[in-house]
Design a protein around this ligand. Structure first.
Ligand code: ADP
Ligand code: MG
Length: 278
């Protein structure tokens, strides 16, 4: 295994909180910093796939679902991985998904080591990428568990609303269970506030309350992603925010988030050095 690669799951069981937008634009931002980035669409709705300008995901022959099926049946998938599965989008790569991934979720229940199929599927790709970002589906089902088992860390996008913040408890609980039982190395990179409207007091209050509630145990990113109509347009035109509105505040925020994510990585490396070693 190549330790240089970091696998980050972008997860929240609530839909519409900015997971897909974050996976894509954080990926492109990391690409701009010279990282080799792979995006993995782990949602049968295929929103990330569509956002990466694949107009008809359901027409694709080789997607994440097929790769995971090869892993479950033990077929040699290396040639498929190299040739057909991985697509290019702007400065990053993508493993697409479509509706067939909902069948995979069912198939997982009857398979051996069902929580680690995705981990084993992407393992051979660690040597080719610096960062692999997994865009999770909005549930805490088998696919999301697979994503959290495959990941080294997790980023949790969250809208600044009372109910969204309340809903984090459930996710944090699942993460700590996965950490305890299957993936002890899993770290929470942080909670990311998305669609923040700085003009409203409510947004500000929730942001402050979230920082208080998470305390020192769970990082809340300093960077917050502002709400902008330009970001909403991106999936329709099949462009990242860096292509669609390069000088806008959302592009700026994701560029800064990428720097914050990389600086976390350096801190972890420093912290994990054995005692007494410089
Ligand atoms: P999820 O993957 O969690 O379901 P998405 O990333 O698909 O969430 O975002 C949900 C909707 O909100 C999409 O229509 C998306 O374009 C929009 N959106 C995401 N981020 C922003 C933002 N910063 N400003 C405005 N709209 C946004
Ligand atoms: Mg999504």
């Amino acid at each position: 295994m190549d330790d240089k690669c970091k696998v980050i799951a972008v997860a929240n069981q609530k839909g519409g909180v900015g997971k897909t937008t974050t996976a894509l634009n954080l990926g492109v931002a990391l690409g701009k910093l010279g990282k080799r980035v792979l995006l993995v669409d782990a949602d049968p709705q295929g929103s990330l796939t569509r956002s990466c300008r694949i107009i008809d995901p359901d027409g694709l022959d080789i997607t994440l679902s097929e790769l995971m099926a090869y892993e479950m049946t033990g077929e040699d998938k290396d040639f498929v991985l190299k040739n057909d599965a991985i697509r290019r989008f702007e400065n990053v790569y993508l493993i697409p998904s479509n509706i067939s991934l909902s069948g995979t979720e069912t198939a997982l229940f009857n398979c051996m080591s069902r929580e680690s199929v995705l981990k084993r599927t992407i393992e051979p790709l660690r040597q080719s990428f610096d960062v692999i970002l997994i865009d999770c589906m909005p549930s805490l089902g088998m696919m999301t568990i697979n994503s959290l088992v495959a990941a080294d860390s997790v980023i949790i996008p969250c809208e600044p609303s009372y109910l969204s913040v309340k809903g984090l408890d459930l996710l944090l609980h699942s993460i700590s269970r996965i950490k305890r039982q299957i993936n002890p190395g899993l770290e929470i990179d942080g909670v990311l506030l998305t669609m923040v409207d700085s003009r409203t007091n409510n947004s500000r209050d929730i942001s402050d309350a979230l920082r208080d509630a998470m305390g020192i145990n769970i990082n809340v990113f300093n960077i917050e992603i502002p709400r902008s109509v330009r970001a909403t347009e991106c999936p329709n035109v099949g462009e990242s925010i860096f292509t669609h509105d390069p000088k806008g505040k959302v592009a700026d925020a994701y560029a800064n988030l990428a720097k914050e994510v990389l600086s976390l990585e350096r801190q972890t490396q420093t912290r994990s050095r054995p005692y007494g070693v410089r």
